[in-house]
Design a protein around this ligand. Structure first.
Ligand code: ADP
Length: 520
């Protein structure tokens, strides 16, 4: 039995310390270096196999190889060389002289003979599975002894635990990278909290929602964060989460009053054996557009039923009169029939608006056809002309010649222009004037409709493009509408990359317009 050398004990201790090193390359590099030094080898190489123990995952050597040589060395040595023999036999090998041992493959005859005469090669087992082979070489024959062999085996045993740790860590890190990529790509805001509601993880969508950096939120409890970021939404999130957990509910709704956005929050519990690893995953989905549509729909239904009730009553009265006339052998009064047509037109307009809301809900994609802007304006004017005539209004066209072609959704833009013309017609008294202008300049197409009608009170102008907002003023009280037209104009124009605008003065008139980018 050999007496353990101090340097040998020191080496084993140092390898044992590698247990805390989690970098796989580091573990192998240091093991190779320590063993090479301790046994006085000239060169050490480590062949790392993949976790199935089948193919080469890494090749760590004390000396640098170019990529091509690495490929040849690793393939030949593993298939036919000593490392291959050690792997196949799952046992260590000591070659006292490479010249007489058939297990040694001569890679480059002259150089190899000059350099390597004795070799030690030991297998690495991790949890009983072969995971690699370490080879140590020396230019003198019979340099290595059986004592060296046992020492290197002990080093291999010792290093195997570190190797296992580092591999586990690498695997976990790989999984974390995958998880991170998933979290980064989801559009929902995700927050991972521990049991005390401290933020453990927040994906980019959540950070955007909170208007904070990752370093601002990680490790902070929701309530502390709410105070720090002066964010009422977070405070409510903490409150509602507590309430939901008490009632064993895994979903609740939350509104962000600041941004007027509505969220549905889904909660999943993380049940871990260790209390400090348990917690909650919160997924916040923005359902504002759905909520807006639901509100809009409810409003439209209320409004439609209210506004339709009145003309239906009017029609019934007219019909009663006409029936009484017919019963007495009289022809119906033509004025009554005329009024009935007008009432029907009002009802028709209401139904059209309802259909528009339905369309907005479907958010059909825009088409991108190339068209002549005169065709667009003429089509919209054609639609409005009968109403303009009926109100004896003057329509002036102020269209620049040679307007450049536009690209976009012809029918949606026609609907937008119709809404502006329709408003000018409705909110301008009989005999008024409507001026339609259009010009192209600086890659923009600009369109506007000016009227000299009732105008909009200054204090109500800010909300004018909001869905179902209608100005309240005595002059326009009698005019029916849904308050949806302008919001549709805004949506259509903005989806085309343009902008809407208006100026208005109560009692003097309004100008509504928009510009669109000219895309070729
Ligand atoms: P609606 O006309 O159906 O009420 P809109 O969304 O088209 O809905 O318009 C919203 C409100 O804006 C109208 O109710 C009206 O008060 C005001 N408005 C729109 N266009 C004009 C205009 N040309 N002149 C005066 N007021 C207008």
């Amino acid at each position: 039995m050999d007496v353990p050398d101090r340097s040998h004990v020191e080496m084993l201790l140092q390898i044992a310390r590698l247990l805390t090193t989690l970098d796989l390359d580091d573990v192998l590099q240091q093991t190779i270096q320590l063993t090479t030094q301790t046994v006085g080898a000239a060169r050490g190489t480590f062949f790392l196999l993949d976790e199935q123990g089948e193919s080469l995952q890494g090749f760590i050597s004390a000396q640098a190889y170019d990529a091509e040589t690495r490929e040849i060395v690793s393939r030949r040595v593993l298939e036919q060389g000593l490392a291959g023999w050690v792997m196949a036999n799952q046992q260590s090998a000591l070659i006292e002289d490479t010249l007489t041992d058939p297990r040694w493959v001569v890679l480059d005859a002259e150089k190899e003979r000059a350099r390597v005469r004795s070799v030690l090669c030991v297998p690495f087992f991790v949890e009983g599975e072969l995971r690699g082979v370490m080879t140590l070489e020396h230019p003198q024959p019979r340099h290595f002894t059986q004592a060296h062999l046992r020492l290197v085996e002990a080093a291999a045993n010792q290093a195997a635990a570190s190797l296992r740790n580092a591999q586990l860590f690498e695997r976990v890190q790989g999984q974390q990278r995958q998880l991170r990529a998933i979290l980064d790509s989801v559009s929902e805001s995700l927050l991972v909290l521990d049991r005390l509601f401290c933020v453990r993880l927040a994906n980019p969508a959540a950070l955007t929602l909170l208007g904070a950096q990752e370093s601002d939120v990680l490790g902070f409890n929701l309530e502390t964060l709410a105070a720090r970021l002066d964010n009422l939404f977070l405070a409510q999130l903490a409150q509602k989460l507590t309430a939901a957990l008490q009632k064993a509910q895994n979903r609740f709704e939350l509104r962000d009053e600041r941004t007027k956005r509505d969220f549905v929050v889904n909660v999943a519990s993380i049940e871990a054996r260790r209390a400090d690893e348990s917690g909650y995953v919160l997924a916040l989905s923005d359902v504002s557009s759905l909520k807006d549509l639901t509100r809009l729909k409810t409003h439209m239904i209320q409004m439609a039923s209210h506004d339709l009730k009145n003309p239906i009553g009017v029609l019934r009265n007219y019909l009663d009169v006409i029936r009484a006339d017919v019963d007495s052998g009289l022809l119906p009064d033509p004025r009554l029939l005329e009024n009935m047509y007008k009432t029907l037109a009002r009802m028709e307009a209401l139904v059209v608006n309802l259909l528009n809301v339905q369309r907005a809900e479907e958010t059909e994609p825009l088409s991108r056809e190339l068209f002549d802007p005169y065709d667009l304006i003429n089509a919209a004017l054609e639609d409005i002309l009968p109403a303009v005539r009926a109100r004896q209004q003057t329509l002036i066209q102020n269209l620049q010649p040679n307007l450049r072609p536009l690209r976009g959704d012809f029918s949606r833009l026609r609907e937008a222009i119709n809404n502006l013309l329709d408003n000018a017609n409705k909110y301008t008294p009989e005999g008024g004037e409507i001026v339609v202008s259009a010009y192209s300049e600086d890659e923009r197409f600009t369109f506007s409709v000016k009227d000299n009608g009732y105008g909009i009170p200054a204090d109500q102008q800010a909300a004018i493009f909001q869905p179902y907002f209608r100005a309240t003023q005595a002059a326009t009280q009698h005019i029916s509408g849904s308050g949806i037209g302008l919001s549709i104009v805004k949506e259509v124009i903005e989806r085309h990359g343009g902008q809407v605008w208006f100026v208005s003065k109560e009692g003097q008139g309004s100008t509504f317009g928009f510009w669109l980018p000219i895309l070729t």
